[in-house]
Design a protein around this ligand. Structure first.
Ligand code: PAF
Length: 280
């Protein structure tokens, strides 16, 4: 695996593979990799001739009060994991190279970003779409892989790709969970032992929603109320939001629409904000 620090060099490599008629799979990450990321890499390996992964902790998607400085980083470990998976190129740019002096161009998906995560983190998605479009232009993938754990991010990126006519297939991959159901996330590292135990409440509340939906409940408020009860039985958990939205446009739903419903939540466990979701 080669590590590439320069955007120009990464672009030249991508051009070369395209000229050879090779399919490029791309997995953008912020590093501190876990099984969730590796499942994307494995799928990218399966689907494409060459796989690029990026590691870039993107300052633009963190608000000033968020965890940019303490976001976990371990390049050596990530490198080893990616080598083991047979990744061909790791793109690892410096912040000053991605956002040099004078940088002033941003990409914004307007409506989808105003709800859910966007309500709690109003500048977040503008940072995500801007960096992802830059990364797409640098790595020129045929296919790009994103986890469903960041469900709204996946929908926002799909919207951007459609609206801007990018010729990229955006592949969404299932959430990978720990044994007790906690969705894998680099931020799980922040949890102490007791918090880690209680973090399972997000999954438990989603399972409650699943149970209700499977037994025929369609009233969103009823489902949310039951999910709240589950979360409230964990003393360290503080709900940011629990929401039921239509997957296709993220409009809030009063009634479950089978095949088109996103149940999602954000919960603080101590200082750590966790998100999770299920698609119905
Ligand atoms: O999901 C992430 O890790 C990030 O939001 C992404 C897509 C790499 C953009 O910085």
């Amino acid at each position: 695996m080669r590590i590439i620090y320069s955007a120009d060099e990464m672009q030249q490599i991508a051009n070369k593979y395209r000229e050879l008629g090779k399919k490029i799979g791309f997995v953008p990450t912020m590093g501190y990799l876990h099984e969730g990321h590796l499942s994307l890499v494995r799928k990218a390996k399966e689907d494409n001739d060459v796989v690029f992964v990026s590691i870039f902790v993107n300052p633009l998607q963190f608000a000033p009060n968020e965890d940019l400085d303490k976001y976990p980083r371990d390049l050596r470990r990530d490198e080893e994991l990616l080598k083991e998976e047979g990744v061909d190129f790791l793109f690892y740019p410096a912040v000053e190279k991605m956002y040099p002096d004078g940088f002033q161009t941003y990409v914004e998906v307007e409506k989808l970003t105003k709800v859910l995560e966007g309500k709690s983190r109003p500048t977040h998605f503008k940072g995500v779409t801007t960096v992802v479009l830059k990364l797409f232009n640098i790595t020129k993938p045929h296919r790009a892989y994103f986890g469903k754990k960041d469900a709204q991010q996946l929908l926002v990126i799909r919207r951007m790709v459609k609206d801007l006519n990018l010729d990229i297939d955006v592949v969404g991959m299932p959430i990978v969970r720990e044994e007790d159901g906690l969705a894998m996330s680099s931020r799980n590292k922040y949890l102490n032992e007791e918090e880690r135990k209680q973090a399972v409440c997000l999954y438990k509340s989603l399972k409650k929603a699943e149970e209700l939906i499977n037994s025929g409940e369609t009233d969103a408020k009823e489902i949310i109320d039951e999910m709240k009860k589950v979360i409230k039985s964990y003393p360290l958990a503080e709900i940011d939001y629990i929401s039921i939205n239509r997957l296709s446009d993220l409009e809030e739903l009063k009634t479950i629409e089978k095949g088109n419903t996103l149940v999602s939540l954000a919960v603080r466990i101590g200082q750590t904000r966790l998100i999770d979701n299920m698609w119905f």
